[in-house]
Ligand binder design. Structure first.
Ligand code: 5AD
Ligand code: SF4
Length: 473
């Protein structure tokens, strides 16, 4: 088979990162190998996101720029997948006639058939079929040439919650859970190939298996915890209304379950939560956070917040700030509300002005920055176990510029905080510990969004994995 090259541009969430691995895996069967530059590609896929208007614009502007490449190389195949493809379907071909294939969020496993057809007949394809009642297709385990210590594993697709602002139920379809055995098999394969940590993905992992009568999410976690040589388990996202005591209890029981939860609250105002169709109150939310902290005292909690949802008054926004103060989050992802087609809030009255949204976002972020800094500062002097995750991005770009500097690597604590550190030992060993090793580090400095640490001499971690021996100064 002649090697052909595929370039994939992934926009959006972790689910899209996983889907892009599936795309690469399926198209490898047709002989496509990944390339890092669109100019050298025979096939370019843009895996898109439409959660907010900005993400959608990003996809269209990247696609627009591809027209030039297509003119230069007429046999180049260009595909658009993911949530924008699902949302806009055939209309995309009207807008961008040089696109060869538009494929939706549930069409990935049919890609090899379509791409082969396009290669042979140079036809245009639109496949945005949703197999709503069907079981999720089997995943392909996408293995990379270089070992990654951490990988995503989608355990369920779609969403049945219909939050008033959200497009996901319309572009990702009904909630469907994968079979537990298939998930376990996939994780075992990843672990056999050097992966040490998995992050389980779903729009609402707490309702895993309920519709299909499979095991519960808590039971699934217990099974995954039993996989030998897997070191850490994370998951995202949890819907506060479905976070139950069984799951909360596991943070205290399962050795591999990281002390970290992303629990999107969206707003601190009960009036807005109701308009958003979130099905919980701020009191219930705060109660769940207290339970989490009573069970697991060092658990890190992060959240998503939308500012400027239609009808949000100054008093509602104050209630959100008040909730942020009460929870003292480890980190926040905050977004300005943006209208999405088909999401009910498009038609809600009392839209908040752009300038008001900007102002609220700045106030909220400033408040959270101060909290994050204080939380990071409190860790200075402590010893943390990190799972190393390769050389830091800054390091990769600076490598050629300054070869005499010690290499800078990165990792995450059990509570999901980024720790950067110098690998100042001999080069042979440093490569060895830069990825996929548990390492004890002393936290020396707190930065705005990360920590700076120093590996301990002869650091042997709690789980008995040997850390650095020759790196301490
Ligand atoms: N506008 C702004 N933010 C949104 N989110 C989802 N839909 C919208 C929207 N229409 C945010 C929510 C969600 C996160 C993934 O994106 O906070 O949790
Ligand atoms: Fe969207 Fe709500 Fe589903 Fe999350 S739970 S994907 S915010 S509809």
């Amino acid at each position: 088979m002649i090697a052909k090259r595929i370039y994939i541009n992934t926009i959006g969430c972790q689910m899209n990162v996983y889907d892009s691995e599936q795309i690469a895996g399926h198209l490898a069967l047709l002989g496509y190998q990944q390339t890092a530059s669109p100019e050298t590609a025979d096939l370019i896929i843009v895996n898109t996101c439409t959660i907010r208007e900005k993400a959608e614009q990003k996809a269209y502007s990247f696609l627009g720029r591809l027209a030039r490449l297509k003119r230069k190389k007429s046999n180049l195949i260009i595909g658009i997948g993911g949530c924008v493809a699902q949302q806009d379907g055939e209309r995309i071909l009207g807008r961008l006639p040089f696109v060869d294939i538009v494929f939706g969020t549930q069409a990935i496993h049919r890609l090899p058939i379509w791409i082969r057809q396009i290669e042979e007949k140079r036809c245009q394809v639109v496949d945005i079929k949703m197999d709503d009642d069907a079981r999720a297709p089997e995943s392909i385990v996408g293995l990379h040439s270089e070992t990654q210590s951490s990988r995503f594993v989608t355990i369920m697709r779609g969403c049945d919650n219909y939050c008033a602002y959200c497009v996901v139920p319309f572009v990702r379809g009904r909630e469907t859970s994968r079979q537990p055995d298939s998930i376990i098999k996939e994780i075992r394969t990843l672990v056999a190939n050097g992966v040490k940590e998995v992050t389980l993905l779903g729009q609402n992992v707490n309702s895993y298996g309920k519709k299909e009568g499979l095991c519960s999410f808590a039971e699934l976690l217990v099974r995954i915890n039993g996989i030998e040589r897997l070191m850490r388990i994370r998951f995202t996202t949890s819907h506060p209304k479905d976070l139950n005591d069984d799951l909360i209890g596991l943070f205290n029981h399962l050795k591999k379950l990281c002390h970290y939860i992303h629990l999107p609250v969206q707003s601190g105002s009960n009036k807005i939560l109701k308009l958003m169709n979130r099905n919980y109150t701020r009191e219930l939310y705060l109660d769940k956070v207290s339970k989490l902290r009573d069970t697991c005292s060092d658990i890190a909690v992060t959240s998503d917040i939308i500012v400027g949802f239609p009808g949000e008054t100054d008093a509602d926004f104050e209630a959100t700030l008040d909730l942020i103060k009460a929870v003292h989050y480890d980190g926040l992802f905050a977004f300005k509300y943006s209208d999405r087609p088909r999401a009910p809030a498009v038609d809600y009255p009392d839209k908040v002005s752009e300038s008001q949204k900007n102002e609220r976002l700045q106030i909220l972020l400033a408040m959270q920055d101060a909290i994050t800094r204080a939380k990071n500062q409190a860790l200075v002097g402590s010893i943390q176990e990190i799972l190393t995750d390769g050389f830091s991005k800054k390091e990769i770009s600076a490598k050629s510029a300054n070869a005499s500097q010690p290499a800078q690597a990165t990792g995450r604590t059990f509570t999901n905080k980024i720790v950067n550190f110098y690998l100042d030992g001999d080069a042979e060993n440093s490569g060895d510990i830069a990825t996929g090793k548990l390492l004890n580090v002393r936290i020396e400095k707190a930065l705005a969004h990360s920590l700076w640490g120093k590996p301990l001499v002869g650091a042997t971690t709690a789980k008995g994995v040997k850390g650095v021996e020759s790196y301490a100064a």
